[in-house]
Design a protein around this ligand. Structure first.
Ligand SMILES: *Cc1c(COP(=O)(O)O)cnc(C)c1O
Length: 521
């Protein structure tokens, strides 16, 4: 069915019964138009390109199967199309619009230099099936990036192929499983602290392990007693995040690693929070066996909204032989080879197998290496220092109005964690997040980690200036004051967003993915 009657053109939308005095007919808020669906503004008659009329006998070529009814696709002219999608894109929030304080996600500025480097034709136009001899420069970049990662982490080996943090977790856990199998053991349990990111237990379960939670102590760190009390011959390993998701450094990490090794297990470190310690702490010296590095967090590179990531995994001597393919190796003459097949001679006889079809993410590799080289070792050290300083500033400026459950445990690392303890009855963490949207800020991470009730996790990153932080803090402080005073108007936020409160659970569980002409539902 044609979406719209022929000749129908967009008219002004009905302002609806809710339009108040002073609101505009277009929904305009300072050049932000309320953009309707393309089905509502397009018609079946308009086309953005000039197409020749089909030859009279064209339908014969389809053996009588040619469509006779209109296809129902909305058409727009080229400028209308450009405007439609550009307007929609302006409804996105991005790190280039303002602070993106999502805790755990490290949403940092991506320097434009990275983009320039990633767009060099020699990198951007590579094809994954090009002959090895024609991609030596790209393999050298991967090798150089690998060297930086090994140096920064103090580890002896790295698998560059995992495509995201969660993929890196799977890589590390599969290395642990392969190492146990090589020892002739089949340990079943992976221990995971209560505060862990959801991907940790999901990874362990996906790899066939049974997951057991280890509680946190009152200071927000893993309970050493509970952990050592649980170690035994059935424990394959521990997945621990350091700094942890409460924003605290696990001070007992070396003792924890020793205890795991003494009990015959391995330590997987979730390295998503490496931004807090890069240039200062080498995980290899603490005794971890595997750790993924979210290149798209610690080393800039744009992410979010499902954009590409990259999660290389550094490995200890014990796990290195089991690293997955594909793998870049250096030949004696200084050239590189890409090992893709398990049968490829003696290169990696104990590899657990192939992790991905192609080596990528090349775009993330070039951006991350550009970031490292432009910062240098001293610059990366300053990154972690500034990130931690900014988070502590946020924590101390807000602890008078928001519950800061671990503020007494000392300074935080790169993120500030708050609970909902000061909010009056009827106001929730969700309302605070929605009210931040009205202030023009992307909300913080909420309801994570689970160990804090109504958690709000703010990660400013090192990129924010004091002036920028002060603006954000002033907004959040005022919202928190209203929440403590029981201002129930917060439950109506956001007022100024193009969309108000969505039923997010319903949107995820029963999404409506097709447009239906009004009245035809
Ligand atoms: C982001 C994150 C992950 C997962 O990384 P992805 O790249 O999103 O798969 C795992 N653990 C922690 C603590 C994280 O913040």
């Amino acid at each position: 069915m044609n979406a719209n009657p022929a000749g129908w053109r967009p008219s002004m939308p009905d302002p609806g019964p809710c339009a108040e005095a002073g609101e505009t007919v277009t929904g305009n808020r300072a050049l932000m138009l309320e953009e309707r669906l393309i089905f509502e503004i397009g018609d079946g008659e308009t086309c953005g390109v000039d197409l020749p009329d089909p030859a009279a006998d064209a339908t014969n070529r389809l053996g009588g199967l040619a469509r006779t009814s209109p296809i129902g696709l909305p058409g727009l002219s080229e400028p209308e199309t450009v405007r439609h999608y550009t307007r929609l894109s302006r409804q996105n929030y991005a790190i280039d619009c303002g602070i993106f304080p999502l805790g755990s996600c490290t949403m940092k500025h991506n320097p434009r230099l990275n983009e320039k480097v990633a767009r060099l034709p020699g990198f951007a136009d590579l094809h994954p099936l090009q002959p090895e001899t024609t991609v030596q420069g790209a393999l050298a970049v991967i090798d150089e990036l690998a060297t930086w990662l090994l140096t920064l982490t103090g580890m002896p080996a790295v698998a560059m192929s995992p495509k995201a943090g969660a993929h890196g977790e799977l890589c590390g856990i599969l290395c642990i499983r392969a190492a146990l199998e090589a020892r002739g053991e089949s340990r079943e349990v992976i221990l995971v602290p209560e505060s862990a990111h959801g991907t940790n237990p999901a990874t362990a379960a996906f790899a066939g392990f049974r997951v057991e939670a280890i509680p946190a102590g009152p200071d927000g760190r893993i309970s050493l007693e509970a952990l050592t009390g649980r170690l035994g011959p059935d424990v394959a390993g521990l997945m621990i995040t350091n700094p942890n998701t409460c924003g605290l450094f696990e001070r007992d990490i070396a003792t924890i690693c020793d205890a795991l090794h003494d009990a015959g297990g391995y330590v997987y470190c979730d390295g998503a929070n490496f931004n807090a310690i890069v240039g200062r702490v080498k995980p290899g010296e603490l005794g971890v066996d595997a750790m993924h590095i979210n290149l798209h967090k610690t080393f800039s590179t744009p992410h979010g909204g499902g954009g590409p990531g990259s999660g290389p995994v550094v490995l200890s001597e014990a796990l290195a032989p089991f690293a997955p393919l594909p793998m870049v190796l250096r030949n004696e003459d200084g050239s590189y080879r890409l090992v893709e097949e398990e049968s490829a001679g003696d290169d990696l006889p104990e590899s657990f197998g192939r992790m991905s079809a192609f080596h990528g993410q090349m775009g993330m590799f070039t951006r991350a290496l550009a970031y490292m080289l432009s910062h240098g070792a001293d610059g990366l050290r300053q990154v972690s220092g500034d990130a931690v300083l900014n988070a502590n500033y946020v924590l101390r400026q807000l602890e008078d109005v928001l519950e800061a459950p671990f503020a007494a445990s000392g300074p935080c690392m790169h993120e500030a964690l708050f609970g909902d303890g000061t909010l009056a009855k009827g106001v929730s963490t969700l309302d605070i997040a929605k009210a931040l949207i009205d202030e023009g800020f992307h909300p913080m991470t909420m309801y994570f980690p689970l160990v804090v009730h109504g958690a709000m996790l703010v990660e400013p990153t090192e990129c924010e200036s004091k002036a920028g932080l002060d603006e954000f803090i002033a907004a959040l402080h005022s919202i928190a004051e209203r929440a403590a005073a029981g201002d129930l108007s917060l439950t109506q936020a956001p007022r100024y967003a193009p969309r108000k409160r969505l039923d997010e659970a319903r949107a995820a569980r029963s999404p409506v993915l097709t447009w239906q002409e009004p009245g035809q539902a």
